[in-house]
Design a protein around this ligand. Sequence first.
Ligand code: NAD
Length: 369
Amino acid sequence: MIKKLFLLPGDGIGTEVMTEVELLIQWFNDRGIASFETESGLVGGSAYDAHGEAISDSDMALAMAADAVIFGAVGGPKWDSVPYDQRPEAGLLRLRKDMELFANLRPAICYPALAGASSLKKELVDGLDILIVRELTGGVYFGEPKTITDLGNGQKRAIDTQIYDTYEIDRVSRVAFEMARTRSNLVHSAEKRNVMKSGVLWNEVVTQVHKESYSDVKLEHILADNCGMQLVRAPKQFDVIVTDNLFGDILSDVAAMLTGSLGMLPSASLGAEDEKTGTRKALYEPVHGSAPDIAGKDYANPIATIGSFGMALRYSFGMGDWATKLDDAIAAVLDKGLRTRDLAQEGDKVISTAEMGKAIIAELDAIAG
Ligand code: NAD
């Protein structure tokens, strides 16, 4: 069956790391393992230069029709002064909104070869494999009212509103429970029910969904502040953490940094399951930005974007075995001491973006036999 991929490389190093993913896609096609059909579009600053907007309607339509979107990165100083609605990030926000991508998956995996590079002790992070599921389309970032009012007495008042409806908590917790079933079968649900009404509802709905549909999965409730503390104290106690948009933003960054460089971190954003086809709208992207400081130099680490493609294999195409093989290939390259500049320590061999991409494909080739 042909699988339709829509590639949006974006700006800066986005285009460099996407080239490595394209070579990997080609490898899967050449080997006859899968039949990927790709189309490419423009997003961010490059789309603004071409069309005057951060993503065109025609590229948006291609994204909506694809089986998965692979996104690079957007932004850069060149577009710092473009109008707010056309700024590079507006392209990504429109994709998330129009595709209704409500569940953001951020794995934090510590490859053995990089355990020494973490800011935590090696034994705390060696073999770490956790997944944060963050609610992405609701909560305090979107709730209304959202205002700053001049009180007229030299004071101003700022208001943000945290809102969650039952269905929003229900659907994201289902994603977390489903993910846990494919992993170590444990979900921690993080909220602040001790001080927030939205935390009380969050706790209630997750408990209900668990009781109704996922009682085979172990569920623990944890206060979000304690979750942050436990993540740096003993991160290996976690498997899947599900939480709201605000806490997820913070906790996923904490978890991410346990594993070293920004250049290593993949992510996936998933929409609702189509009842007829069982498929979901999905966008896969590295966590990092367009890194203008190293763009065009062949320094960028492509592993975050290659890992994001690995997540597409697992979550959009039912190719979890190949996602695991791809992870093994990345681990093998790192075991050999090959490093892009962001990962390099004394004695490591520093290689370019293209060399890293090529080395991973060579290992995958060897693993595939
Ligand atoms: P950044 O992630 O682009 O870079 C932060 C630092 O990490 C830089 O020193 C960079 O060189 C390094 N880095 C990032 N990715 C790397 C990789 N793959 N390999 C090696 N080193 C890497 O964040 P920033 O500097 O704050 O932002 C730069 C631009 O990217 C801004 O315009 C920002 O708005 C945009 N941005 C976009 C996204 C996105 O597209 N999702 C995310 C964050 C930032």
